[in-house]
Write a protein that binds this ligand. Structure first.
Ligand code: UD1
Length: 350
């Protein structure tokens, strides 16, 4: 197959490019090589791909990159939480308008192949919670008062009892709580609308906490794994917020790339949203410890500092069942091995 990978010079996209090329596919990469993202051209770019250096909003670049392409893997996006609300226009420009530009070009060019979209677990907001008395309930955002008093667990909206977290399946209500999350939901909806009108298969891969080689290092847009990795490499202790008991699903970038390859190349197309997760959740405290172990006994020891960030969700843990049964995807990199490898992996921008 011939596959267009947008954002193919980035953290996840470049691993997808490598896997596709290894499997014998032809790859076109469209990537802005944005100066804010790449300090210089990354050294890991696979020379077997064709590179189109263009912004994701550039419709003529989309049209030429799409020529002869059987499938589109849309990874290009502005990620993370950003600095503050002033980032709203660049998130919407890159994620919403960028996707619209691509879909417009596909429409004009009569594209009838598959689309695989990089989505995120942020579309769910908080995870799924159960109250012993009231069953499954929608957890409201935690109040500042709760967080100031170190009441970390979300509470039942009816009786204020502490809730128990459960795994989130793909049919959970969408509840985007920040600008980035809102743009990911919108990307999903735009692609779904395109699919309905053009009768093409669209797969939305909702990534959980991806980590691994080529991850961008510590920036306002970085996830916790990159922040801790940068701290440890600089000889500083990772600062674990809350009580360190908040749970996430850390999934290795090689597994995420494999999920993309499955969705792009499966004999019969698979459509709709899929959680892409390891199925082996851990607390942030455990993650800090596992990563720190990669720096040996003399390395910095993580500190549970107890603060909080407004807007952080407490637990978000995926059900990996649908991806396993319908996509044939099972993560293979064990948590501790992956974290120890990540301790010494090449990061982007270092
Ligand atoms: C992250 C991403 C989100 C992405 C999702 C899935 C960011 C900011 N968020 O969400 O965009 O869709 O993964 O890939 O990139 N923490 C600490 N110490 C720190 C930093 C964070 O303890 O120095 C804690 C936070 O309080 C939070 C947890 O680590 O409880 C995870 O933080 P983070 O990775 O930033 O955000 P996610 O909610 O997991």
């Amino acid at each position: 197959m011939r596959i267009l990978v947008t954002g193919g010079a980035g953290f996840i996209g470049s691993h997808i490019v490598d896997d596709l090329i290894e499997a014998g596919h032809g790859v076109v990469v469209m990537d802005s090589l944005a100066p804010g993202v790449h300090l210089s051209a990354p050294t890991y770019l696979n020379p077997a791909a064709r590179y189109v250096a263009a912004d994701v909003g550039d419709v003529s670049a989309w049209r030429s990159a799409l020529r002869g392409v059987d499938a589109v893997c849309h990874q290009a996006a502005k990620v993370g939480l950003g600095v503050d609300f002033a980032d709203v226009r660049s998130y919407v420009a890159d994620n919403d308008a960028g996707t619209a530009a691509g879909l417009w070009a596909m429409h004009k060019g009569g594209f009838d192949g598959r689309i695989v979209l990089a989505s995120s677990m942020v579309v769910y907001g908080e995870g799924r919670y159960r109250c012993d008395e009231h069953g499954v309930v929608q957890a409201a955002p935690r109040t500042r008062g709760d967080l100031e008093s170190a009441r970390w667990e979300p509470r039942c909206p009816m009786c204020r009892a502490e809730l128990r977290s459960e795994t989130v399946a793909e049919d959970a209500r969408l509840d985007p709580r920040n600008v980035y999350a809102a743009t990911k939901v919108h990307q999903e909806h735009l692609c779904t609308a395109f699919a309905a009108e053009h009768d093409v298969p669209v797969t939305m891969l909702r990534y959980h906490n991806v980590y691994g080689p080529r991850m961008p290092r510590d920036t306002p847009y970085a996830g916790v794994a990159a922040i801790f990795r940068s701290a440890l490499a600089g000889g500083r202790a990772p600062r674990v917020f809350e009580d360190g008991g908040q749970r996430r699903d850390f999934v290795h970038v090689r597994d995420v790339a494999h999920a993309n390859v499955l969705a792009l190349t499966a004999a019969a197309s698979v459509t709709g949203p899929f959680n892409v997760a390891s199925g082996d959740p851990h607390t942030i405290g455990e993650m800090a410890t596992a990563l720190a172990s990669g720096f040996g006994p003399d390395g910095p020891v993580p500190e549970v500092v107890g603060g909080y960030r407004i807007g952080d969700v407490r637990h978000i843990v995926a059900s990996a069942d649908k991806a396993r049964t319908q996509l044939g995807f099972t993560a293979t990199v064990p948590f501790t091995d992956g974290m120890v490898e990540f301790a010494h992996a090449e990061l982007r921008g270092t």
